[in-house]
Design a protein around this ligand. Structure first.
Ligand code: FAD
Length: 329
């Protein structure tokens, strides 16, 4: 019988890659295979780019408040930098006023997914594999994607959003709801007086100039990412993309920015942007079935919550993994 424990992890966002790294570094007897439906790692820590332009259209920054996250990130210090933007408040109706951040805010560099890429370095990752189903039994789980089967695995852990995790693992419904966010990406020819802005009295809630982030010296042309507010995004889920784009552009132009290249604007909908209600526990774990799940939706709404959920699951699951014979540690 193999003394190795094989684990499949679905999702390569912060939760998936940090859990994989923690498990592999803790026990050489564990083999982990990561699967993601996307073309790259990082999940919602994402940058869309062309030759000249880059847009951090998902997570804007992250904070490091807890000791476990701080400790975990130490070996990856070169992949993220503190962002100290000139930050302001904009409104179509009132004068702008500057804001101050009272704690460090970090961004991955050179792109938003760089940190996850670095954490996953050397791990076995399979991209463009949308997992549709998990079948079999504990110790013999098989993952089915659109084009292939993978396995058998001793354990399967999902970090996909709660509704997808429920479907894939066939587990009882998690009491999790999500807020959507529309992200509008617009090149801008003129320098703005701010790097980031909270927006009031508008369909928009947040603007950021991606090129203002540290480690983005390679970005030739400036661009703005505008996030619509949660309420506005939810109200317009059934509106056509063209109409949403036009309304968001109109709102952006009301903020008196100069040099916006409206004709090049692109839109992205984050249907599961941030959880609005999360599970009672920090992770899901069924030790009998050897199935588990974690992600921001088990803790809160941000990158550190995703890590913390993965970290707490790691502490719980490592006690379930047999130590290889002869290992006294
Ligand atoms: C617009 C927006 C703004 C945000 N702003 C901030 C911010 O400023 N600060 C902050 O800290 N957080 C922010 N967040 C939240 C932050 O991005 C998330 O909390 C965090 O990245 C979640 O990490 P995760 O690993 O739990 O999930 P994800 O990053 O979503 O990773 C899950 C992964 O699972 C994959 N997946 C899903 N289904 C399948 C399947 N069936 N098969 C294979 N793979 C699958 C997905 O492709 C994805 O890569 C923001 C999010 C959005 C969308």
């Amino acid at each position: 019988m193999s003394s190795k424990t094989s684990i499949a992890i679905i999702g390569c966002g912060m939760a998936g890659v940090s859990l994989a790294r923690l498990l592999v570094d803790d026990r050489p007897s564990v083999t982990v295979t990561l699967f993601d439906k996307g073309r790259g790692l990082g999940g919602r820590m994402a940058t869309r780019y062309t030759e000249d332009l880059e847009f951090d259209h998902g997570a804007q920054f992250f904070t490091v408040r807890g000791q476990p996250f701080e400790q975990f990130l130490k070996p990856y210090r070169s992949s993220f930098k503190e962002w100290k933007p000139a930050i302001t408040t904009l409104s179509p109706n009132y004068k702008k006023y500057n804001r101050i951040w009272f704690e460090p805010h970090y961004v991955s560099a050179p792109r938003m997914n760089s940190l996850c890429k670095q954490i996953a370095q050397g791990l076995h990752v399979q991209l463009q594999q949308k997992i549709l189903d998990v079948s079999g039994r504990p110790g013999r789980w098989v993952l089915e994607s659109e084009h292939s089967l993978a396995g058998p695995f001793d354990w399967v852990i999902s970090t996909a959003p709660a509704p997808q995790t429920q479907d894939i693992l066939k587990v009882p419904e998690f009491n999790v709801t999500y807020d959507p966010t529309y992200a509008l990406m617009v090149p801008i020819a003129k320098k703005t007086s701010f790097d980031a802005a909270v927006v009031r009295d508008s369909p928009l809630s947040w603007l950021a100039v991606t090129a203002s982030k540290p480690g983005r010296g390679h970005v030739n042309q400036r661009s703005i990412v505008a996030h619509a507010s949660t309420a506005w995004s939810a109200k317009h889920l059934n509106t056509s993309a063209e109409e949403v784009k036009a309304e968001m552009l109109h709102a952006l132009n009301q903020l008196s920015l100069e040099g916006l290249q409206d004709e090049l604007a692109a839109l992205h909908l984050w249907r599961f942007a941030r959880p609005s209600t999360v599970t009672d526990d920090s992770y899901y774990l069924d030790t009998r079935k050897q199935l588990a799940a974690c992600g921001d939706w088990c803790r809160g709404t941000n990158v550190e919550d995703a890590f913390q959920s993965a970290y707490e699951l790691f502490l719980a699951i490592r006690t379930q993994i047999p130590k290889p014979a002869g290992n006294l540690s």
